[in-house]
Ligand binder design. Sequence first.
Ligand SMILES: [Fe+2]
Length: 289
Amino acid sequence: MSSQVEHPAGGYKKLFETVEELATPITTHVTGRIPVWLRGSLLRCGPGLFEVGSEPFYHLFDGQALLHKFEIKEGHVTYYRRFIRTDCYVRAITEKRIVITEFGTYAYPDPCKNIFSRFFTYFQGVEVTDNALVNVYPVGEDFYACTETNFLTKINPDNLETLKKVDISKIVSVNGVTAHPHIENDGTVYNIGNCFGKNFSIAYNIVRIPPLQADRKDPMTKCEVVVQFPCSDRFKPSYVHSFGLTPNYLVFVETPVKINLLKFLSSWSLWGANYMDCFESNESMGMLF
Ligand SMILES: [Fe+2]
């Protein structure tokens, strides 16, 4: 007699399952009762594609960004999902291979390229991912899906179409911003990002994006640095996941989770390296508030 035993944590595999996007929103089965006055949409991001051709994405943070929408109206809920047309997604689909290195997955150079063009790609450095799978948040009247790099993707919350890619490092002095900004009641967005390689100094910059103003100009273009925190280590910035905001204070915690900058900058030319390989722990610094 044989029986199959499922490991208690085996259910995690579901998290790595690839799903297809939907052509149109579908109606859902509601358990219980949703108040008829409740009306609105819930947008959520997550990974939805875990392999391209025969190549797998190895980390949960590497699956390609899928945007979900639950629309609640008169006690009913519809569900819709579309893949965000990021550069990493579109290029993976069209080239049928992983083109851009993700957090835990290295993208190998195009095998179809000859040895000379591969050599030049090698020295141009690896492209930074725009896989916006982590969060979606409002800026003015717009919505942006994001990961933790310098790229944000503007999406249409009605039909989940991808509108445009924005490089925030071209607007303000940061290498990237977190996926967890704070949004004040008036729509002001606060976020924090690492700033390194500019003037050979390392710092953490708090940035502010104002709400939509009378001139109707894209608030994203008005993003500015409001406070800068210096880094306690000359060569290794800490990884920043998020920060605190109270009515009077910004609360920044510099953690011992360090980014090895030398590795980070050189790993773009190290065969097989990804973002995850550049993290290390500083056992002696403790936490700085
Ligand atoms: Fe997070």
